[in-house]
Write a protein that binds this ligand. Structure first.
Ligand SMILES: [Mn+2]
Length: 258
């Protein structure tokens, strides 16, 4: 099987349809399919920000049902499950990040509940013909924690998912790692502004990049903000590199900012 791996769509319906067309997918019997039999694999973050979030979900959902696509869970779908169930507090910042989705589906509508139910069916990772797929960080220990909570269909155990909205639980740690990445506190009062203009004191780091040895080099931040990241060595317990990271756990307080 050959795959087309498609990253965060964030409700950009026109760009998604243009991309699928460009990759040769055509609608047949209600779903985009690739005439050469390729499969589209979506990396999650279908929702938030863009103008056509429900349409994006419908396209992906129809492809999954038709067998022409698969999708994993992104941090935005995980957050959306927590928002809908109210297990994640509906704070002003969380509402701001989720505003367009809530407007497009109608907060607490039947559609909102139905879509949250569908998000719960998305696996946090996939292993396909030797390809490993997750949204942010393939951290082996956390992958194994999640694997033990997946049933035969690759669907996460409901209780595992529901406890994952309580900080410091094993399910929270595992889903934070795999869907959000490796986050490191900068200390010394350093901060930057994220995509929503919210100040953040933690950076996501290039976990796979052994050569990133300073906060500034390692940071995954908007380029306009890089100058605000300290040009100082990372602490010794932060060890980066795809083949080295799996034994290392972040010891810093972490938070979501995407
Ligand atoms: Mn994301």
């Amino acid at each position: 099987m050959n795959y087309d791996i498609i990253g965060d769509i964030h409700g950009q319906i026109e760009k998604l349809e243009a991309l699928l067309q460009k990759l040769g997918y055509r609608i047949k019997d209600g779903a985009y399919r690739n005439p050469e039999g390729r499969m589209a694999v979506f990396l999650g973050d279908l929702v938030d920000r863009g103008p056509g979030q429900v349409e994006v979900i419908n396209i992906v959902r129809n492809m999954i049902e038709a067998g022409s696509g698969r999708s994993i869970l992104g941090n935005h779908e995980w957050n959306a499950i927590g928002f809908e169930s109210q297990l994640r507090p509906r704070t002003d910042n969380k509402r701001r990040e989720h505003k367009e989705f809530l407007e497009q589906v109608g907060e607490d509508s039947a559609l909102h509940k139905e879509l949250a139910g569908w998000f719960k069916t998305l696996p946090p990772f996939l292993e396909l013909d030797g390809i490993r797929i997750c949204h942010a960080w393939w951290k082996q220990e956390s992958i194994e924690v999640i694997r033990t909570a997946m049933n035969g269909d690759g669907i996460l155990d409901e209780e595992f998912l529901m406890t994952s909205f309580t900080k410091q639980t094993p399910s929270w740690r595992a889903l934070e790692d795999v869907t959000k990445g490796y986050e490191v506190g900068m200390g010394n009062g350093a901060s930057f502004l994220d995509h929503n203009g919210i100040p953040r004191k933690e950076i996501r780091v290039r976990w796979w990049d052994e050569s990133a040895d300073t906060y500034r080099k390692a940071a995954l931040v908007p380029e306009s903000e890089r100058g605000r990241i300290p040009d100082l060595p990372l602490p010794p317990d932060v060890v980066l590199g795809a083949n080295r990271i799996s034994t290392v756990s972040p010891t810093h307080e972490t938070k979501c900012y995407r």
